[in-house]
Design a protein around this ligand. Structure first.
Ligand SMILES: O=C(O)CCC(=O)C(=O)O
Length: 279
């Protein structure tokens, strides 16, 4: 099977991400070395699947394949006409990040413990701007980018947790990291952003083309078959993107960010996310 991102087949199959567990005593050293850690089974699987179910229950039942449960999140292949754009008021993702269920989920102490260890901080805060992403089958994925280009009005002492809300094998469009890219000089990325042609006027994404990005920067793309309960944590300087979803099961995920309370947060991230907030 050829994995694709934004419709472009990857020239090389991605390599496997290194796996960790939260009790690994060398977790911070690994994070600093690799720019990410993949924590298998950090969260309770049933809790994750309940949140998945809560989200898909908000859609008209015709959006889900006949005979499947909201928890399965299997697309019927039907678009919902009249549904507001993803994440804007009236869309389930907008409601989800404002729901009690989501708040309870993201308040999880295991996430805080990991953030404190990776940031070497006694106390951390979670940025209120938390994004829920949802992709059904199709040639559409997040472009190669670093998070710091979206957070650069505050400290770079921040970690992102990418939380798949459901099983997400590579074919369902999970996150991919460009190996070792957190160590590249900023100028090397800035030059590429100037020649990125698919989003004129937005200097933040590097490219929609993961082969081109890899040829320019070196390293291998890394990914994983994520399972509900896993959490991938990355540095704001690590280049990453996502793969296309080529399965009937929909990809649902949340990104949640933490930083020590002693550093300056980017003010754009202090309000709840809305798909039209321009950030
Ligand atoms: O889930 C996605 O499509 C992109 C997520 C991302 O870029 C992040 O979590 O930093």
């Amino acid at each position: 099977m050829h994995l694709t991102s934004n419709g472009i087949a990857l020239d090389l199959p991605p390599a496997a991400m290194r796996e960790s567990t939260a009790d690994d005593p060398g977790l911070r050293a690994r994070f600093l070395r690799d720019g990410y850690v993949l924590l298998r089974g950090l969260l309770d699987r049933d809790t994750v699947l309940r949140l998945r179910s809560h989200y898909f229950e908000m859609f008209d039942p015709s959006y889900l394949a006949d005979g499947t449960r909201p928890e399965d999140g299997v697309w019927s292949g039907r678009e919902l006409y009249g549904l507001p754009a993803h994440g804007v008021p009236g869309h389930p993702a907008h409601l989800m990040v404002r729901s009690r269920e989501f708040e309870r989920f993201t308040r999880e102490s295991r996430l805080i413990d990991v953030a404190q260890r990776l940031l070497d901080a006694d106390e951390v805060m979670r940025l209120p701007r938390q994004i829920v992403r949802h992709f059904h089958k199709g040639p559409r994925a997040s472009r190669a980018h670093t998070d710091f280009d979206y957070l650069d009005r505050g400290s770079d002492h921040v970690v992102t947790m990418w939380i798949p809300l459901g099983d997400c094998p590579a074919a369902t469009g999970g996150l991919a990291y460009l190996e070792g890219s957190h160590r590249l000089a900023k100028e090397r990325l800035d030059v590429l952003k100037l020649i990125c042609t698919d989003r004129p006027g937005d200097p933040r994404p590097i490219s929609h083309d993961l082969n081109w990005t890899q040829r320019q920067l070196g390293g291998h793309w890394l990914t994983a078959d994520y399972r509900a309960g896993d959490v991938a944590v990355h540095s704001p300087h690590l280049v990453h993107a996502t793969l296309d979803n080529t399965t009937e099961a929909m990809r649902l995920s949340a990104d949640v960010r933490y930083l020590p309370i002693t550093v300056e947060p980017d003010p754009r991230w202090l309000d709840r996310w809305s798909g039209d907030d321009g950030n």
